[in-house]
Design a protein around this ligand. Structure first.
Ligand SMILES: [Zn+2]
Length: 276
């Protein structure tokens, strides 16, 4: 039997979002000259780009299409919307975080300072952002095939961005470069809530779960983080059910609910160990 092009039909909405956002970017880039309108258009596209940031995380775990060239086209558009190039997430996030989130010295989303204290949210976001691309080269040493794919699409995506910059520099800066940097920052900033301040004990206590309805609608179920760490290959549509069935009764109450937890709202966090 032939495999479906999009195995999970809900993902078609994400494909539509990604193509529509790119069409919006190109419309601004090609037809708007006034810097004020370019900035206004870019700001209007921000929520869409943010949602793509969250969807990209799902896509790198479970590819949207069964056809690989289509996945690469989608990822190239995602790169121009979020700053995260094809396979950079695979190396930085899947190899660098999922395999090592219990080992601070290897984790690409390490929230601990050298002295063991917890970084502030912006400090974490800036450090993780700066480490996003360099980490791919470091982790790629052990993953030659991934490194090759990462480099090939970095050259391709970087080349496309360079061409956009050469043709119309100011619109390209406002419509592509600035949002790409902002979205990379948003990606890392949002990841802070997943583990920061939680000592690694086991998979039930090492991450937070946000069950908020709007949050999970907007982020394609990014709130179900513990479930995602238990089953990183499980499609995002199946995470809430898995959380309810297998995890909800085993995860401490303060690590799940319709938000990321009160301690994150405070400027300086108390380590979870001190709360016990
Ligand atoms: Zn993940």
């Amino acid at each position: 039997m032939r495999k479906k092009l999009i195995p999970y039909p809900t993902d078609a909405w994400a494909v539509l979002l990604i193509f529509a956002t790119f069409a919006g970017q190109m419309g601004l880039y090609l037809f708007v000259n006034d810097v004020r309108f370019l900035v206004a258009g870019m700001v209007a596209l921000m929520p869409f780009c943010l949602s793509v940031v969250a969807y990209n995380h799902n896509h790198m775990h479970v590819r949207t299409f069964t056809n690989q060239p289509l996945n690469r086209i989608l990822e190239t558009l995602i790169f121009l919307e979020t700053g995260s190039s094809p396979f950079s997430g695979t190396l930085n996030h899947i190899v660098g975080h999922h395999a090592s989130y219990d080992k601070p010295e290897l984790d690409t989303l390490n929230w601990r300072r050298r002295d063991g204290s917890t970084m502030g949210r912006h400090e974490f976001a800036i450090r993780s952002l700066l480490w996003h691309y360099p980490s791919c080269f470091v982790l790629g040493r052990q993953n030659a095939r991934l490194l090759q794919q990462f480099l090939a699409y970095l050259v391709l995506g970087g080349g496309a961005l360079a061409a956009l910059l050469v043709y119309r520099p100011i619109p390209a800066l406002i419509v592509f470069v600035v949002p790409m940097l902002l979205m990379l920052y948003a990606l890392k900033w949002s990841a802070y809530a997943h583990h920061a301040g939680l000592p690694y004990g086991d998979d039930y206590t090492a991450s937070r779960t946000n069950t908020g309805r709007f949050y999970n609608w907007f982020t394609w179920n990014a709130g179900y983080h513990a479930a995602h760490h238990f089953k990183q290959a499980l499609h995002w549509t199946l995470l809430p059910e898995y959380h309810e069935r297998e995890l909800a009764t085993k995860i401490p109450a303060e690590l799940q609910g319709p938000g990321w937890g009160e301690e994150l709202k405070r400027r300086s966090m108390t380590p979870a160990a001190q709360r016990q």
